[in-house]
Design a protein around this ligand. Structure first.
Ligand SMILES: NC(=O)c1ccc[n+]([C@@H]2O[C@H](COP(=O)([O-])OP(=O)(O)OC[C@H]3O[C@@H](n4cnc5c(N)ncnc54)[C@H](OP(=O)(O)O)[C@@H]3O)[C@@H](O)[C@H]2O)c1
Length: 176
């Protein structure tokens, strides 16, 4: 298998206004959402912006943690620090070559995703059909560029009656 088969994925949860963050953390606490995140990302390298790493506070177990920062001095135990997204991709790709279903997971936040969107193949997007308050939006997401390939709607009784769907989207290929 070659690196050509590697899928670059972004995984994020957003509300109906594309909100993803508030004051350096999440705008919500939704039962089951973290378990979904864990099930999708486990075993794959995860790339994150430095602020997202700070919000999580520690490396995610069972995954290569790659943190992108412009600060050359930055370091944290259990994480690989890189100063560019290109370096993050190179480090991550080296670990997934020859694996079945090779995926690289870009896990936020908005700033990093802005830079990663042009070469992202797949989105794991949790749609939360509710309006929250916050300060960080997935503004690089343009629904017209993506098609849904799978979707699971959560029983609202499991999420305090907030409608949630876990969707996988792939880029629409306009060259056809
Ligand atoms: N809802 C969700 O699914 C979800 C997921 C993840 C995060 N979030 C939330 O999103 C918020 C954080 O997002 P954010 O957009 O503010 O920050 P972020 O993307 O997590 O981190 C931004 C930082 O990453 C570094 N960086 C980003 N792009 C870079 C590049 N191309 N080259 C080098 N360094 C780069 C810089 O670090 P330095 O400043 O160190 O140079 C920059 O300040 C938090 O509220 C978090 O809880 C939500």
């Amino acid at each position: 298998m070659t690196n050509d088969a590697v899928k670059v994925c972004v995984i994020l949860a957003m509300d109906r206004n594309k909100l993803i963050g508030k004051e350096g953390g999440m705008p919500w606490h939704i039962p089951g959402e973290l378990a979904y995140f864990k099930s999708v990302t486990m075993g794959h390298p995860v790339i994150m912006g430095r602020k997202t790493f700070d919000s999580i506070g520690k490396p995610l177990p069972g995954r290569l943690n790659v943190v992108v920062t412009r600060n050359k001095q930055w370091q944290a135990e259990g994480a690989v620090a890189v100063t560019s997204l290109a370096d993050a991709m190179a480090v991550s790709k080296a670990t997934v070559t020859d694996k079945p279903n090779p995926q690289i997971m870009i896990i936020g936040g908005a700033a990093l995703c802005r830079d990663a969107m042009p070469f992202t193949d797949r989105l794991y997007l949790t749609f939360i059909d509710h309006e929250y308050e916050g300060d960080t939006w997935f503004d690089s997401y343009n629904a017209d560029e993506w098609q849904e390939v799978s979707r699971r709607d959560v029983d609202p009784t499991e999420t305090n009656n907030i409608p949630i769907s876990y969707r996988v989207l792939e880029r629409i290929n306009n060259s056809d």
